[in-house]
Design a protein around this ligand. Sequence first.
Ligand code: AP5
Ligand code: MG
Length: 214
Amino acid sequence: MGLNVVILGPPGAGKGTQAERLAARFGVPRISTGDLLRDAVSAGTPLGELVKAVMARGELVGDDLMVEVVRERLARPDAAEGFVLDGFPRTTAQAETLERLVDGRGALTVVELVVPEEELVRRLSVRRVCGACGINADPGREAGSACARCGAQLVQRTDDRADVVRERLRVFGRQTQPLVEFYRRRGWHRTVDGTQTPDAVAAELAAAVAGQRA
Ligand code: AP5
Ligand code: MG
């Protein structure tokens, strides 16, 4: 049976950081809807043109569009043995569709990263990412310096401006937080304290996933 994991958590909780590690550890792809959308915006595809303004405001892209993006991604051969979803689902409608999409692939494991709001705001205010390959820079790196992976310039993500971060947190509370209860009712929900070091979070997350599968 596949390793079907959803990492749930607010902006800045460490979903990307941890999804990357967990996916590498278990040899399945990390599927980040935020990255897929940012790639589309950078490439200027029709999808990118559709979502650019919505993302810049910190709002959610429509469910129908997101479901199509994820349906297509999950159908690729590399996701046949499992996946780590980062940033999807984000609404109850997306969660209900995901259940249908993964029907017959084995159980879904949902892990919520819990981090208080003031720490989320702090992390996002100092985060720098590569303007070309998109990875998070190590803490303390300044915009304009070179990406350790590809050498391109580090930048601030356009939705990491303080006013957009506030909107993203509001949107999370309104539209995504209800998923915790949705999954808790199904008994698929685990929480991990996301304020620990990245290594400690990764260890706890891997144990939670392994425990669920045992
Ligand atoms: P998305 O890209 O998913 O953004 P997000 O959910 O707001 O989350 P972030 O990527 O900001 O944070 P993260 O939890 O990944 O944390 P990270 O590991 O980077 O979505 C962007 C937009 O796309 C949305 O606003 C929406 O418009 C659209 N979208 C995407 N999916 C959608 C969907 N399903 N439906 C509709 N619209 C959708 O860590 C953050 C920082 O903290 C980093 O600098 C990192 O180095 C640091 N850090 C990580 N872990 C730790 C730790 N343990 N201790 C200290 N620092 C840490
Ligand atoms: Mg992310």
